[in-house]
Design a protein around this ligand. Structure first.
Ligand code: HEC
Length: 268
């Protein structure tokens, strides 16, 4: 039922934005489509779905996720995402929203780690539960500012690693993240590439993930965006909730501190 509703919403909105584009004659016609999607964002359906999953008793332990601690105390969701990634003493790891969700789904609900990882990304046919949950949890920080603090050595180490990886050219293309994301006005085909050296553009990026992707008719999280960029660089697949993915997210979110969170964002 959820899938069907999403598909219909996506089709209606895709048609509406195409019509607007035809009329717009605007300097940035793609922005018109994004604006229209944002006004009636199909991604809201993922927030609802994630909320249902969050409070449902599930898994072998028949538990909800209400005892999950995202850093502000068990079940304290408001503002928690704005401080992620951060260090968690129970796992002795710096974690982002998804890695923390995986921890709780395994520990509290007894769900299978391998299966969560297998279903980590949404596709046209299937909504990833962890992505819907991440969208719900992130949406509880809407209207608040990104506020990653790097207040302990593990967090600072992750940030440093992320900064290094972001600027390090490697692999068969000899690209770094900064090769595509370090100048104004760069694009690949029709896709504008944000200049992540510019704090304003960086804030616009981090304010809106997880995001509803018009081209994919689904919500995707930062983990899947980073996976795709690493794939574009022809590097080995980025491990789900791996240290490298958390390091990059720590770097990006800290650079985007001050961004007002509006999740789900809307992207191409
Ligand atoms: C070959 C060029 C290329 C490289 C290298 C690259 N990306 Fe990307 N990146 C893209 C494209 C294309 C998009 C999607 C833009 C769109 O669809 O509007 C994107 C989008 C993103 C976004 C979302 C931007 C937004 O508007 O919200 C983030 C975050 C990101 N990349 C991070 C990275 C990181 C981190 C790296 C290095 C690991 C990286 N990218 C390397 C091409 C690249």
């Amino acid at each position: 039922m959820f899938e069907v509703r999403c598909r219909i919403a996506a089709i209606v909105l895709a048609c509406a934005s195409t019509a607007a584009l035809a009329q717009a004659g605007n300097a940035d016609p793609l922005a018109v489509g994004r604006q229209m999607l944002a006004e009636d964002n199909p991604g809201e359906l993922w927030v609802d779905h994630g909320k249902t999953l969050f409070y449902q008793k599930r898994g072998p332990k028949d538990a909800s996720l209400e005892k999950c601690d995202f850093g502000l105390g068990a079940g304290q969701l408001v503002g928690a995402f704005a401080r992620l990634p951060r260090y968690f003493a129970d796992t002795d790891k710096v974690q982002d929203v998804e890695s923390r969700l995986v921890t709780c789904m395994v520990e509290l609900q007894g769900l299978d780690h391998e299966e969560i990882v297998r279903n980590r990304f949404s596709t046209l046919d299937r909504t990833s539960e962890v992505e819907a949950l991440a969208t719900f949890v992130a949406s509880r920080s809407n209207g608040m500012k990104m506020d990653v603090r790097l207040s302990n050595p593990q967090e600072r180490e992750m940030y440093k690693a992320g900064e290094y990886i972001f600027h390090r050219r490697n692999g068969p293309t000899d690209f770094a993240c900064i090769t595509c994301h370090g100048d104004d006005g760069k694009r690949i085909r029709l896709q504008d590439l944000p200049n992540m050296k510019d704090p304003k553009q960086m804030q616009a990026v981090v304010s809106g993930w997880p995001a509803y992707l018009g081209t994919k008719s689904t919500v995707l999280t930062m983990q899947s965006r980073l996976y795709e960029c690493v794939w574009q660089m022809r590097l080995p697949d980025l491990g789900y909730v791996s240290d490298m993915s958390i390091a990059l997210t720590t770097y990006l979110n800290y650079q985007g501190n001050g961004a007002v969170i509006r999740v789900p964002g809307v992207r191409r």
